[in-house]
Design a protein around this ligand. Sequence first.
Ligand SMILES: Nc1ncnc2c1ncn2[C@@H]1O[C@H](COP(=O)(O)OP(=O)(O)O)[C@@H](O)[C@H]1O
Ligand SMILES: [Mg+2]
Length: 237
Amino acid sequence: MALALLEALNLHVRYGGISAVKGISFAVEENEIVCLIGANGAGKTSTLKALARMIPSSGEIHYRTERIEAVPSHDLIGRGLALVPEGRGIFARLTVAENLAMGAYHRRDATGIADDFERVFALLPRLKERKAQVAGTLSGGEQQMLAIGRALMGRPKLLLLDEPSMGLAPLMVEKVFEVIRAVAAEGMTILLVEQNARLALEVCSRGYVMESGLITLADSSAALLADSRVRAAYLGE
Ligand SMILES: Nc1ncnc2c1ncn2[C@@H]1O[C@H](COP(=O)(O)OP(=O)(O)O)[C@@H](O)[C@H]1O
Ligand SMILES: [Mg+2]
């Protein structure tokens, strides 16, 4: 197996007296698409926020060649670790193009940014058509695409996606997942968090199941899709 791009060891997240993540360990290899599935409240968002250093945690987080527990979140963006948060976090009053430009703000090489716009627009033609539109007036699915596009503007090595299907109509969910497939096909490494286990396992090669702050199952997507516990708890069977 290749060297892991990301590895968490014994990760814990606590909110006051509440323990949301209770000592989980997992890894994502370079060029892998891995999912973390689980019910609402399982601790998925807390895990991603801890990886992106947006909330404190204990345990080890290895990213590329270093330990990142003490690295501030804004420095991680420059090192290629990008989180597309639950709820998207776009700037509603800015245009699509302005939102995308924000995704490249940390970069010093202004020359490459025009190329990045072209690359992102090629993956997300809906955004190109709407580049002058104020982001707050986009549909939910378009906002999710914008959030992904903005992260791609920073030329990430690792994309952390938190519930990209949340709140979207089924047709829009399909379109957003087509984008995720296209990004994956370009060789991006992705850690995908989803309550929609079927969709997530269909795009990922491997998955972890999280329940009440613990990882309870870890296997290939094919094995998880066939697992009676997963089928009963997450696939509505
Ligand atoms: N800011 C917070 N303060 C206190 N408890 C929180 C906070 N954020 C999340 N939690 C709690 O942590 C647990 C895990 O939440 P979360 O990581 O958002 O789960 P998921 O993303 O899997 O739905 C839940 O019990 C939730 O209520
Ligand atoms: Mg969540």
